[in-house]
Design a protein around this ligand. Structure first.
Ligand code: SF4
Length: 647
């Protein structure tokens, strides 16, 4: 595999920044919450001629009607009429497109109508139609914004989509009516034919699996044993120390030297860590987690592991710049507005989050609580007795709550003696029927699962009165090690379920990469629970994956697994609103394509049909940028070509 580079190295220059304080990047426009639309600026300098030629060739009818329209409103009117005809044509008796192509036509028309709707132009403060019209009129100097190739690529695909010429089914034009051969056959003959296509799909999945080894493979175990020896030698420690979680916590790597001495780093990684330490941006890596990294960059299987804890340079610079206003600048979930009392956050009727301990064994770069965490293993991380008591009092006064997620920070970085009173206080409230422990320790500190901790968990796990559930956060198959499996199995033997929340980032989003993770998780006893589309702002932009890719992954990859391997739900944790289930088409829609090629999605709140809560307009990362990044990582972009048709 090629040498691993950090995402920001590969994504080119960082975004330009104002260099002064900016207001929180969420506001209300009209009647929707919206991302700050300035957020993602065009980064491209491109000669558009080839893209433009492809655009107009994709749908000459649209080109002609835009060219002929004397003004924007006429263009809108004629385009609406054209889309009406396109949609009606799929219901015509003489339309011989395949029924699945017709479904894509309807979805493309729906998205297109929404994008040219005046109300969406007003709410997003941009008119894609105006840009298309001026381009068709050959008036590029009149464009209100610089148009990126990603914008044109979106419309090339929409233009094809409304014609039913998507190339989804690997044909040059629209796929015609008909049924595959095996459906024309019967009995054993039909089954034999069917097996051929299933075998082909199955062997394709297995071929992809080879690209993503897990930490359970003998070769990986062998070289990690070498890593462990090297780390122990460096710290003048022994195998007994390695099995002691306190030893790991007292040797968390917080400065550039041990890191650079123990693994090969790129120049940018070195510099980023140096700035992070200097500027007090939370940074830390447990010796155990460090042992999962390949010592040489040329090995390259550890890209996801490195990317989680070694921050990109532009990230640390931005975090440093906003040191003082981090708690408002980076609170993109709007937790300030959903916290009725310190330590508690609540967005749903029966569930709340309790955050008694505000630090972790190591710090994930894309952590959605990066505005709250002051530093790795911060000695002041445990909330005061009074603050905790106030939180418990509040919980006592809210008997509708039944499920409390104890998270942080990572509650299992607390000592057992600090964790016990929290469990006791929650267990004393009869209405709390589930305590969820959210911890990354199985992944970053599996030595934490001592007899003492297990006894504690067992004591409070009292079905059917009260369940302890364990929620962890594996990101990649490469994190699944014999030690992690051992930790999980110890918890499972108590009758406690272990679930995984994956964050979908550029590091685990290649074809079948997350499928492999789910399969490997199941093999050690962890149930996939959620896959989160990543949120964030400029600082973690290089990790973000377009929403369309997660929908595509679910449909074209996860769906190929047995049901027990794909128990997770793909969700987008919408700022201020909470989880939106991405598979529910009725809960989101594309409302604009910005000049950068970013889609703006209108996400509906979970309260839809219950309470009239405003939706949220979310500015996604451009699909084109993401595909560029995959290409830089050696992926064949043609394998992802259907991504444009997930709206
Ligand atoms: S373990 Fe969780 S809370 Fe801690 S830094 Fe990582 S994502 Fe954030």
């Amino acid at each position: 595999m090629p040498a691993t580079k950090s995402p920001s190295e590969k994504r080119g220059a960082p975004l330009p920044r104002n260099g002064h304080h900016r207001p929180p990047t969420t506001r209300i426009v009209e009647d929707v919450f919206t991302d700050e639309l300035e957020l993602l600026r065009p980064r491209f300098e491109a000669d558009y001629s080839i893209f433009l030629q492809r655009l107009w060739e994709a749908n000459p009818h649209i080109h002609e009607l835009l060219k002929a329209a004397p003004d924007l409103e006429t263009a809108r009117e004629h385009l609406y009429e054209y889309l009406d005809r396109a949609e009606r044509s799929v219901f015509a008796l003489d339309n011989d497109l395949h029924i699945l192509e017709k479904a894509t036509v309807r979805e493309a028309v729906r998205a297109f109508r929404s994008i040219i709707g005046p109300i969406n132009e007003k709410r997003t403060e941009f008119s894609a139609l105006d840009a298309l019209w001026k381009l068709a009129q050959d008036r590029p100097d009149d464009l209100s914004s610089e148009i990126a190739p990603g914008f044109l690529m979106e419309f090339i695909h929409l233009f094809h989509g409304v014609l039913g010429e998507t190339n989804i089914y690997r044909e040059s034009g629209g796929v015609k009516r008909g049924v595959p051969e095996f459906l024309r056959l019967e009995g054993r003959e039909a089954a034999t034919k069917r097996m051929e296509s299933l075998d082909e799909l199955g062997s394709n999945v297995r071929k992809h699996f080879m690209k993503y080894p897990s930490g359970l493979e003998p070769e990986v175990i062998r070289f990690r044993r070498e890593n462990r020896k090297r780390i122990l030698r460096y710290f003048d420690a022994n195998e007994e120390d390695w099995d002691d979680y306190i030893w790991h916590l007292t040797h968390v790597i917080r400065t550039p030297e041990p890191l650079a001495d123990l693994i090969e780093l790129t120049a940018e990684q070195r510099e980023a860590v140096r700035i992070a330490v200097k500027e007090k941006v939370p940074f830390g890596i447990t010796p155990y987690y460090l042992s999962l990294m390949d010592s040489k960059l040329s090995v390259g299987y550890d890209h996801s592991i490195r990317a989680q804890v070694i921050p990109p340079k532009d990230y640390v610079e931005m975090m440093a710049e906003h040191r003082r206003d981090r708690d408002t600048m980076f609170d993109f979930m709007g937790e300030h507005d959903t916290s009725p009392v310190d330590l508690v956050t609540r967005r749903y009727p029966l569930i709340c989050i309790l955050k008694p301990f505000n630090t972790c064994a190591q710090i994930c770069v894309y952590c959605q609580r990066n505005w709250e965490i002051d530093g790795v293993l911060d000695p002041k991380a445990l909330a005061s007795r009074k603050t905790l008591q106030d939180a418990f009092n509040w919980l006592g006064e809210h008997p509708s709550i039944g499920d409390v997620l104890v998270t942080g920070g990572d509650p299992l970085v607390m000592k057992d003696s600090q964790f016990r009173p929290i469990l006791e206080a929650l267990a004393s409230l009869d209405h709390i029927y589930r305590i969820r422990v959210g911890s990354r320790t199985p992944v970053v500190l599996p030595q934490r699962f001592t007899e003492g901790l297990l006894a504690l968990l067992e004591e409070f796990h009292q079905p059917p009165k009260r369940e302890i559930a364990f929620v962890t956060h594996f990101e990649h198959s490469y994190e699944i090690t014999p030690e992690a499996m051992d930790a999980v199995q110890k918890v499972k033997r108590l009758g406690i379920g272990v679930y995984n929340q994956e964050v979908y980032t550029v590091e685990n989003s290649r074809r079948f990469e997350s499928v492999k993770l789910r399969k490997d998780l199941r093999s050690i006893g962890v149930d996939p629970y959620y896959t989160f589309n990543m949120k964030g702002k400029e600082e973690t932009r290089s990790y973000m994956v377009p929403v369309a890719r997660l929908m595509q992954e679910r449909k074209e990859e996860a769906r190929l697994l047995p049901g027990l391997d794909r128990t997770d739900e793909p969700v987008f944790n919408v700022p201020r609103l909470g989880k939106n289930h991405l598979r529910s088409m009725q809960d989101h829609r594309v409302v604009m394509i910005l000049p950068t090629g970013s889609r703006v999605y209108e996400f509906h709140p979970w309260e839809k049909n219950i309470e009239p809560v405003p939706p949220y307009n979310y500015v996604d990362v451009p699909i084109y940028d993401y595909l560029e990044e995959l290409a830089r990582r050696g992926e064949n972009i043609n394998n992802y070509r259907t991504i444009w048709y997930y709206y």
